[in-house]
Design a protein around this ligand. Structure first.
Ligand SMILES: Nc1nc2c(ncn2[C@@H]2O[C@H](COP(=O)(O)OP(=O)(O)O)[C@@H](O)[C@H]2O)c(=O)[nH]1
Ligand SMILES: [Mg+2]
Length: 307
């Protein structure tokens, strides 16, 4: 067993941080780490928090943590931010807003850059979750700092997606991105202490709450504390009640992951075979001389490679 894996399994923080960086940067050690911990994973519940910057995701997570702790969870938080390097400012701001919890060394917090761009995010996040899961964290919260495609990707990796809206971050009903209306299992209208929240809450109920899948829609304020406990209890209920459908989701996710990885390996192999095939340069010459068209060249060359 790698020393770092031993550290991870003992929940040692420096090993955890290092192991997460390794999978985040897709370093070669990732494979060995995942190989050695995979059998210890599968018990953690995962939640993704998405929504516009400034909607209050970090503040909400900060307020939810103590409630989740009274429910017995051991919590880890991953801030997924491909736009800034790991040492960047975002996580520092978040640490301030989550002050109450970072003083508590039972909560683990780490930011991830997931530099592999889109597609890289799900891979890094999935593996970071596995590391925390193997270390004994049983509630893992991913906060998405980006937007758009990233949020959809995160929602595919976690058990439950919470979408946070406020009237102050451009989340009026016309401007809400189509994707967001589909990925949430639970919608929070935050900053309920400010005017406009109730109007937005009613519009969201109309737009999303009454659709067939009936996601939960709640109002909350991290400032007054209203709705926080209800939010925590709703999340707890959802992640624990939908047992069978999450198993199915898990199976689908593993299938996707396996498919992606196989395609990746096969693509690299085929590329290698193609470049080393003596016919390859012949075909390029024939294309240049207009002796063959690209469609036919590709057909024939593929047939040769797959023979
Ligand atoms: N009035 C009010 N402000 C809030 C509330 N929740 C968060 N904020 C403020 O909104 C800003 C953005 O919050 P933050 O948690 O960093 O949002 P994030 O970017 O989604 O993580 C901060 O200045 C918070 O103090 C709330 O319930 N009411
Ligand atoms: Mg934040």
């Amino acid at each position: 067993m790698l020393p770092i894996v031993k550290g991870v399994l003992e929940g040692e923080r420096r090993s955890l941080a290092r192991a997460i960086s390794i999978v985040d940067n897709d370093e070669s050690e990732s494979q060995i780490i995942i190989h050695q911990i995979f059998h210890k994973t599968g018990s953690a519940k995962t939640i993704g928090f998405t929504g516009s910057a400034g909607s209050g995701k970090s503040s909400l997570i900060g307020k939810l943590i103590p409630v989740f702790q009274t429910l017995g969870y051991k919590i880890a938080i991953l801030a997924v931010d491909p736009t800034s390097p790991i040492t960047g400012g975002a996580i520092l701001g978040d640490r301030v807003r989550m002050q109450t919890i970072i003083d508590d060394d039972t909560v683990f917090m780490r930011s991830m850059a997931s530099r592999g761009a889109i597609g890289g995010v799900s891979k890094s996040l999935r593996n970071a979750i596995r590391i925390l899961d193997a270390a004994g964290y049983d509630l893992i919260i991913a906060e998405s700092v980006g937007a758009g495609q990233l949020e959809i990707e995160i929602s595919r990796v976690v058990d439950l997606t919470v979408v946070v809206f406020t009237p102050y971050t451009g989340d009026n009903i016309q401007a809400i991105k189509a994707g967001l209306t589909e990925i949430g299992d639970l919608y929070v209208i935050n900053k309920a202490d400010l005017a406009g929240a109730t109007t937005l809450f009613n519009s969201i109920l109309d737009l999303i709450g009454n659709t067939e899948r009936k996601p939960v829609v709640l109002k909350a304020s991290t400032k007054t504390g209203s709705g926080i406990k209800e939010l925590a209890l709703s999340i707890d209920k959802l992640i624990n009640s939908a047992g069978s459908s999450y198993k199915e989701k898990e199976k689908r996710m593993l299938e996707e992951e396996l498919k992606d990885m196989v395609l990746n390996i096969v693509e690299l192999k085929l590329l290698d075979m193609l470049k080393n095939n003596s016919k390859y340069s012949d075909y390029i010459d024939r294309l240049v001389n207009k002796k063959i068209d690209p469609y036919r060249a590709a057909e024939e060359l593929s047939a040769i490679l797959l023979r």
